[in-house]
Write a protein that binds this ligand. Structure first.
Ligand SMILES: [Mg+2]
Length: 358
């Protein structure tokens, strides 16, 4: 006989399966998924001539999100966005997602109406459906400490030998970013300042779905960069397909930190033009726009390098592309201000959320 807990888990898995079928448009059918949820393993069928790329990301309550700041849909959306953004950074196409989820006992129980878990999967599934990524497996368990813990694995593919790496850049190349910077940190600061009240989502898509672009503002920018970041898969794939970039990384920890990763792997330095940085409208209205743009994390935009001879479009797949600086010989990163003064730019990224949430 099964325990109530086990029944709760089975019910949850069944709901994931049926819920996913609805959001993904009729089940986990994909050219690349031979077998999905329901057997001991999933079976993937990668495109011919492709290599497999795998990325895994924790979403831990209190570290990566807070239930009183992030609606359940946002937690699910962000978990999927983090994995997809890593695939985007390497120019990969997603094949399948796998999720391991530990929930407090009360959240495993089946209730009438919408549970936190159901809303979490609505957020996760909404973004997955947008990019046609099937949920091909996972695991659920009761969380021992009352906290939500999620680990997502994204599997993608790229033509053999072609994936964009952090290590491919050279001194003299130019640096570009997609979209705008600092929005996610600005919105998080606003949520923090707003106390424990969960934000009300004003979205055309309804409270379950992510909002679209900011009305009347720059194209390609999302209205809730912290709650519903948009992974730049189409841009990453275009950079690879059109051979525009020599290297790339996604901005999960903040420009100053992620740029230092790219520089270290490529054995170069960098110079950033402060005046060129595309600062998100939410950050521009905040007290320290430049700090948010340089050090605010979780924008999930792409940073990439290209030779000066390469013509980079002003936008790719509807997302603005901005030149922000260049790569230099040596190891340091400097910031050049409007007056032409240079100062060292230290990696100042994304450690503060954990401290804030204590
Ligand atoms: Mg990354």
């Amino acid at each position: 006989m099964k325990s109530a807990k086990a029944m709760g888990e089975l019910a949850l898995i069944e709901r994931i399966r049926s819920g996913w079928g609805q959001t993904a448009g009729g089940g986990p059918s994909s050219d690349y998924l031979a077998l999905g949820i329901g057997d001991d393993c999933a079976i993937l069928r990668p495109p011919r001539g492709h290599e497999i790329l795998v990325t895994t990301d924790f979403s831990l309550e209190g570290r990566h999100f807070r239930r009183d700041w992030h609606p359940a849909e946002s937690v699910g959306h962000r978990a999927m966005a983090r994995g997809l953004s890593d695939l985007a950074a390497m120019g990969a196409r997603p094949l399948a997602a796998f999720l391991s989820l530990a929930l407090p006992a009360e959240m495993l129980a089946t209730h009438k109406g919408r549970t936190w878990a159901a809303r979490f999967f609505a957020g996760l599934g909404g973004l997955a459906a947008q990019f046609r990524v099937p949920l091909a497996g996972g695991d659920t368990a009761e969380s021992p400490d009352g906290l939500v813990l999620a680990d997502i694995v994204l599997v993608g593919s790229a033509p053999a030998g072609r994936a964009l790496r952090r290590s491919g850049a050279s001194a003299g190349e130019l640096l570009y970013v997609t979209g705008a910077l600092g929005g996610a940190a600005a919105e998080l600061n606003a949520l923090t300042a707003g106390g424990k009240r969960q934000p009300t989502l004003s979205s055309k898509a309804g409270k379950d779905g992510p909002p679209g672009s900011i009305a009347g503002s720059d194209e390609g920018l999302v209205a809730h960069p912290q709650l519903y970041p948009q992974p730049r898969l189409a841009v990453g794939q275009a950079l690879l397909r059109r051979r525009l970039a020599t290297s790339a990384i996604d901005l999960s920890d903040g420009l100053s930190t992620d740029l230092s990763h790219l520089c270290r792997e490529s054995h170069v330095g960098a110079q950033i033009d402060a005046a060129a940085l595309p600062i998100h409208p939410l950050a521009r209205r905040a007290p320290q726009p430049m700090h948010l743009a340089l050090d605010g994390g979780e924008d999930y935009e792409l940073l990439f390098a290209a030779p000066p001879s390469m013509r980079i479009p002003r936008s790719i797949a509807g997302v603005p592309i901005t030149r922000i600086g260049r790569l230099t010989l040596g190891a340091g990163i400097t910031l050049v201000d409007n007056a032409g003064r240079e100062r060292p730019l230290k990696p100042g990224g994304w450690e503060h959320f954990a401290k804030k949430s204590q």
